[in-house]
Design a protein around this ligand. Structure first.
Ligand SMILES: [Zn+2]
Length: 397
């Protein structure tokens, strides 16, 4: 059985221990005592060194704690050093979680059902979903308790007593209890700070709906500072781009967005008008063939709204037919004037059937898509499109 030194002292970073057992390759070792916290209860494991060798994972095996090393351990006695930066960060987040969960009960009777301490952010899932303004209230209250620097104490009590816990425990016998003075008592095996001031700022970030529960993302301590720095950096960059004061940025961005939508509408309208004019001009400039029809064949990148407008404007001039072949995605547009004797929908449908494509339309305009360049070649060679003459449209974007 491994004696867990962190149960009694979360601030212990150096210790000596005896190797009691090891895997055959000696990269997994068991000690008589350890200050290394193994992953459990939502808190990740500690890292550090044992005998100068990096500890890459610490596993809770009920009675024993397994230390996974980056290379084999030697000797019988070994010195351990905990990575304090990582450990203290975990202590801040974990105590911050107890505090926040207790405040959510105190203010809104919303119980925490689970806790996850991640590499970037921490989350708790709560039973009773809250409104954003309620969470702002809870955040304020939690930080007030941080400022009061209330003692955080660890005690060992018997489960047969009325323990008055925030959340009942199923543990029997001796229970480790972490309490925040006049606020919270929780059965917990985690590492905690000794006073609430050490948690530092508690910052609530994001709310998500997870089935019947609500997930709250939060950060404490230096994570809150780093998060605020990153937020400030991002906001400042946006404010600079819009030449606005930081606090005015949201309104400025919204106004710009509206402007952009309006100008996009105007651009579409002008684009359409231009396409109609181009179609009329093209009709005037195109000489009819021997069959009396004005024919335009064109290779394009893609079939746009403007191209459709131009094609229909061209055929609206009468005795005209317009064919466009697009490469990406492979597609085709056929427009024909009512007096051309060509039914665009029927003709294109027949051509697509020969080429292995799909699509259709009405008498004056039709559109279709093709599975690839090969079927495009088949479409061009299709007998029903031969009224265009021998010429295959040349590549001309
Ligand atoms: Zn805990």
């Amino acid at each position: 059985m491994t004696e867990r030194l962190y149960y009694h002292d979360s601030y212990l970073t150096e210790f000596r221990a005896r190797i009691m057992d090891a895997s055959p390759d000696r990269q997994k070792i068991y000690l008589d005592r350890t200050a290394f916290y193994p992953a459990s209860g939502g808190q990740p494991f500690d890292t550090g060194q044992l005998g100068g060798i990096s500890v890459t994972e610490v596993v809770d095996e009920e009675d024993r704690v397994a230390h996974v090393l980056s290379r084999p351990a030697t000797g019988e006695e070994i010195a351990g050093i905990i990575d304090w930066r990582r450990r203290f960060d975990h202590m801040q987040q974990h105590t911050g979680q107890h505090l926040l969960s207790a405040v959510l009960i105190e203010l809104f009777n919303s119980a925490t059902v689970s806790f996850h301490l991640g590499a970037d952010a921490c989350t708790i899932d709560i039973e009773r979903p809250l409104e954003p303004n309620q969470l702002r209230q809870a955040e304020r209250r939690a930080n007030e308790i941080v400022f009061e620097n209330r003692p955080v104490l660890v005690s060992f009590e018997d489960s047969s007593q009325d323990l008055g816990l925030r959340k009942p425990t199923e543990r029997q016998g001796t229970v480790r209890i972490v309490s925040i003075q006049d606020l919270d008592r929780s059965a917990c095996g985690g590492t905690h700070v000794r006073g609430t001031a050490e948690v530092g700022a508690i910052l609530i970030r994001k709310l998500d709906r997870i089935r019947a529960n609500q997930r709250i993302e939060f950060v404490c301590g230096m994570r809150a500072v780093e998060r605020a720095q990153a937020d400030y950096g991002a906001l400042s960059a946006i404010a600079r781009a819009f030449s606005s004061a930081l606090d005015e940025t949201p309104a400025v961005v919204l106004a710009q967005q509206e402007k952009l939508q309006e100008s996009e509408k105007a651009r579409r309208r002008l684009g359409n008008e231009l396409a109609l004019a181009k179609g009329r001009e093209l009709h005037a400039a195109t000489a009819p063939g021997a069959d009396g029809l004005r024919k335009i064949q064109r290779r394009v990148g893609s079939i746009s709204e403007e191209l459709r407008a131009e094609a229909q404007s061209f055929t609206a001039g009468g005795q005209a037919v317009f064919l466009a072949l697009a490469e990406d995605p492979p597609s085709v547009l056929l427009a024909a004037s009512k007096d051309s004797g060509i039914n665009a929908g029927e003709v294109l449908k027949a051509a697509l059937a020969e080429a292995g494509g799909r699509g259709g339309g009405n008498q004056t305009v039709a559109q279709g898509s093709l599975p690839g360049a090969e079927s495009m070649e088949r479409l061009i060679g299709s007998s029903v499109l031969q009224f265009f003459g021998s010429s295959v449209p040349s590549h001309n974007k």
